[in-house]
Write a protein that binds this ligand. Structure first.
Ligand SMILES: *Cc1c(COP(=O)(O)O)cnc(C)c1O
Length: 397
């Protein structure tokens, strides 16, 4: 770290990412693992986390947008990458030339990728996405025969190779939800149809983090794990990160900006939704909704300050919020560390705690941490692990 302590920063423990990838691979031992690093690695930093995941054995990387996939290539990562969220006029040619697998959910996309492949003079790697019930992206069963037929014709003309058939769950975070088995059945049908027609995919996949953790029959050739590689539990129903054998990679810390005495009856922060009940000590934490701290956590978000977990007092503002430390000398001084969330190993709250305090999911808590918050990487090069061979810096293919 540099000499000036940052106002707020997110420590990212890349050894935790490596451990989580290894733990998830052990959960899906017959499948390869795709580390999903969309949205800047769920707020953790896409390139650093992708490298760590590949070092720990991730055979694939996944992103939402083609720009995210191209950024991984620009950083030197040669691992297979799939990106799935396309709009007409997207950078198909750049993706084809960068050897990025592209998802195709409909005929317009197949037409654009064929044209791009022709222009590039290369065969595009495409993965056909089936809507098996999520009702979001993907091809409806009723349109599948047309899409598969057109993809096979495009293979014959040499513009594309269908490298994958895949889908995505709607309710995998609710084990036992009836849609899960229905989606699996539809997926098997759509897959069987494509294979009967002559498609020979390298990878078939449907499992996200919750399905990887709870549903072995969904693992197929590849599991697409996002949140779990960052060590965060996808849902309280599945257990805490610790119960799932995962270690949170992100710790969000701020440096207390001001500590001061305030009399009884003093309103705190915009709207005066907190009023001191007695003479008390207030501490100012310099992080706000511009940094991704949910305004919904006003009056509720937990913070470890001065050895105890306190609660956000009043509203979270754009750049800062206040905690009411209570009366007596708390020992807290300006410059002390306030930990908003982390692994929970030293008494600090977790991202799951913030999700509950903000009526949202832990996915959103880590992903929304803003661009104004510097990421500080711990263990950028892999720590030596006894009994292991040499760990390569970046996986090449
Ligand atoms: C985000 C995403 C994933 C990863 O989901 P997690 O629940 O974070 O593991 C997998 N597949 C698709 C299509 C996604 O959009």
């Amino acid at each position: 770290m540099n000499e000036t302590p940052p106002r707020v920063h997110a420590e990212i423990d890349l050894d935790a990412v490596r451990e989580n990838v290894r733990a998830l691979r052990a959960r899906a031992p017959r499948s390869e693992l795709m580390a999903v690093v969309k949205a800047d690695g769920y707020g953790h930093g896409a390139v650093a986390c992708a490298r760590a995941a590949v070092e720990a054995g991730a055979a694939w990387l996944g992103t939402a947008t083609p720009q995210e996939a191209l950024a991984l290539r620009a950083a030197g990562l040669r691992t297979p990458v799939l990106c799935w969220l396309w709009t007409p006029g997207g950078p198909w040619r750049e993706a084809v030339e960068a050897d990025v697998d592209v998802a195709v959910s409909g005929m317009w996309a197949l037409d654009e990728v064929r044209a791009a492949a022709r222009a590039a003079g290369r065969t595009a790697r495409i993965q056909l996405k089936a809507d098996t019930g999520l009702g979001r992206n993907g091809c409806q069963p009723a349109d599948w025969a047309d899409l598969v037929g057109a993809a096979i014709a495009a293979e014959a003309e040499g513009t594309v190779k269908v490298t994958g058939i895949w889908s995505h769950f709607a309710c995998a975070d609710e084990p036992g939800h009836p849609s899960i088995q229905l989606q699996l059945a539809v997926f098997r049908d759509m897959l069987a149809y494509a294979e009967k027609e002559g498609v020979e995919p390298e990878v078939r996949h449907i499992a996200n983090s919750p399905a990887t953790l709870t549903l072995p029959e969904s693992h197929f050739d590849l599991v697409r794990t996002g949140l779990a590689i960052y060590g965060v539990s996808p849902a309280p129903e599945l257990g805490t990160a610790q119960q799932l054998g995962l270690r949170p990679a992100m710790t969000l810390k701020a440096s207390v900006a001001l500590v001061k005495e305030a009399p009884a009856g003093h309103g705190v922060s915009y709207g005066h939704h907190h009023v001191t009940s007695a003479a008390t000590t207030l501490a100012l934490v310099p992080a706000g909704y511009a940094d991704g701290i949910p305004r919904h956590a006003s009056g509720r978000g937990p913070v470890l300050v001065g050895g105890a977990v306190r609660t956000v007092a009043g509203r979270v503002a754009m750049d800062q919020f206040v905690v009411d430390l209570g009366s007596g000398d708390t020992g807290v001084r300006a410059g002390d560390e306030a930990v908003l969330f982390g692994p929970g190993e030293r008494g600090e709250p977790t991202a799951e705690d913030w999700a509950q305090a903000s009526d949202t999911i832990a996915y959103e808590i880590v992903t929304r941490i803003g661009a104004r918050v510097p990421r500080v990487y711990l263990h950028e090069s892999e720590s030596a692990r006894p009994g292991d061979g040499p760990g390569g810096r970046i996986g090449h293919g």
